[in-house]
Design a protein around this ligand. Structure first.
Ligand code: SME
Length: 173
């Protein structure tokens, strides 16, 4: 399959009403999972998720992964959007807070988050979801939005469930 995802075209930067965003995400899920079925290569999965979630979430101005590359260090992975910081220590930013705690960070207003790293000055809200493999933090999914409250709690839950399905603890290798 090479045609991406079948969803209505929405201009980049548009913050649809929340129920429409959830419906769009729900419509995308089976398509995303069909594309990824059986794929166990981590980079292939991350790159494809970055691409398809970018199409699914028109409100995002950055969509991709930071990978754990050391005990307390993240490095940028596959993404869509403007250039992201290359490295983020666990002690810094929203991504660092997610990596440190292993908990989803939903930040409705990044200006109210102490230590937020402003890779793109337009970003106003952010969602960061941990990716855990075999009980250990392996990466984080980072989503940024130029609108306040760009990601709802429901979107966060759906995306966290998707991460758990796409990066299973034991891929059966
Ligand atoms: N804003 C993030 C840094 C990553 S970029 O936005 C792509 C943070 O505070 O962790």
């Amino acid at each position: 399959m090479s045609e991406g995802i079948l969803l209505a075209k929405v201009a980049r930067g548009t913050l649809l009403p929340e129920p429409e965003r959830v419906a769009r995400l729900q419509a995308a899920l089976p398509q995303i999972e069909a594309v990824l079925e059986g794929e166990t290569d981590e980079v292939a999965v991350q790159a494809t998720l970055a691409c398809l979630l970018w199409e699914t979430l028109p409100q995002a101005n950055w969509c991709g992964f930071y990978r754990r590359v050391g005990e307390r260090m993240l490095a940028v992975g596959p993404y869509q959007g403007s250039m992201g910081c290359l490295r983020i220590p666990f002690e810094k930013g929203v991504c660092g807070a997610c990596a440190r705690t292993g908990l989803t960070q939903r930040v409705p207003d990044v200006h109210a988050f102490p230590g937020h790293i402003a890779c793109d000055a337009d970003t106003r809200s952010e969602l960061v979801i941990p990716v855990t493999v075999k009980g250990r933090l392996a990466a984080v999914l980072d989503l940024d939005c130029p609108h306040l409250e760009g990601f709802s709690a429901t979107e966060a839950r759906i995306l966290a469930e998707l991460m758990a399905r796409c990066f299973p603890p034991d891929p059966g290798l």
